[in-house]
Design a protein around this ligand. Structure first.
Ligand SMILES: CC(C)(COP(=O)(O)OP(=O)(O)OC[C@H]1O[C@@H](n2cnc3c(N)ncnc32)[C@H](O)[C@@H]1OP(=O)(O)O)[C@@H](O)C(=O)NCCC(=O)NCCS
Length: 220
């Protein structure tokens, strides 16, 4: 029997969502590694950092359980973000020094990982995780969600267009990207390319800056 209060039951998936706990860090690391097979593990949360994140900011994360098995997660931290200087790398957010990167005074939610075990995909779980993260922004009066979105489909197009041209084509629905189109369909703006965001040679280390704005945000 899994400990921890069920904070949400997925309407589409039936998964039971709980806030992350340090003792689940091995399972969470497994979800992370199996979901980002072409990324350098150095750029992903490791077990120790997942333990720290689960202590620092459990309210901002969700782990989806099918019975006793953790099969999906959406994690994030609060950060400060300068929209006039938006280009950054994953290490600006997740320092890789054993800390979670969570800044309690930050007024944006940075989505550090959204990952669904491969056999559970396309059942609505990713969409449910986004709804839960959006609710975190509303509850905590944060400006919205930012992330460096991976764009696996760019591998096929990188000889014929730039990363920014690819992002524009996905935004205009000329090209479907299995991850970036999903983000756009969940209300994210596809803003611009982030060079050298994360080591991922298949897509020349690019990511796309994606932003969802909390329209209920109130300046204090
Ligand atoms: C990206 C990711 C989190 C999406 O998770 P998911 O659970 O498959 O997401 P959903 O099921 O909510 O939506 C995925 C697609 O399936 C569709 N879908 C949802 N339920 C469906 C159903 N019952 N039948 C058919 N299609 C369905 C959705 O409409 C969506 O389509 P779209 O891509 O055209 O928008 C998942 O693919 C993943 O873990 N990828 C690897 C890690 C990664 O890249 N993370 C993102 C980092 S930025």
């Amino acid at each position: 029997m899994v400990e921890g209060t069920v904070v949400h039951v997925g309407k589409k998936s039936g998964l039971h969502y709980r806030h992350p706990r340090p003792e689940w860090s091995t399972e969470m690391e497994h979800i992370e590694l199996s979901s980002f097979p072409t990324s350098d593990p150095e750029d992903l949360y490791n077990k120790q950092e997942l333990e720290v994140l689960s202590r620092d900011f459990p309210q901002g994360g969700f782990v989806g359980f099918d019975g006793d098995s953790a099969v999906a997660m959406g994690l994030g931290v609060q950060v400060h973000f300068d929209e006039d200087n938006p280009v950054h790398t994953v290490h600006d957010i997740m320092p890789g020094d054993g800390s979670s990167g969570h800044i309690p005074s930050g007024d944006w939610y940075y989505g550090t990982s959204i990952a669904v075990n491969p056999t559970y995909r396309r059942k609505g779980i990713g969409g449910e995780l986004y709804l839960l993260r959006k609710q975190v922004c509303i509850t905590r009066n944060l400006k919205g969600i930012i992330a460096g979105g991976v764009m696996p489909g760019f591998a096929k197009y990188k000889e014929e267009m730039t990363a920014d041209e690819y992002i524009t084509a996905v935004r205009e629905k000329v090209i479907y990207d299995s991850t970036l189109s999903f983000q756009a369909n969940n209300g994210f703006e596809l803003v611009c390319a982030l060079p050298n965001y994360i080591a991922n040679p298949e897509i020349d280390n690019y990511a796309a800056l994606i932003i969802w704005r909390n329209l209920e945000y109130k300046e204090s």
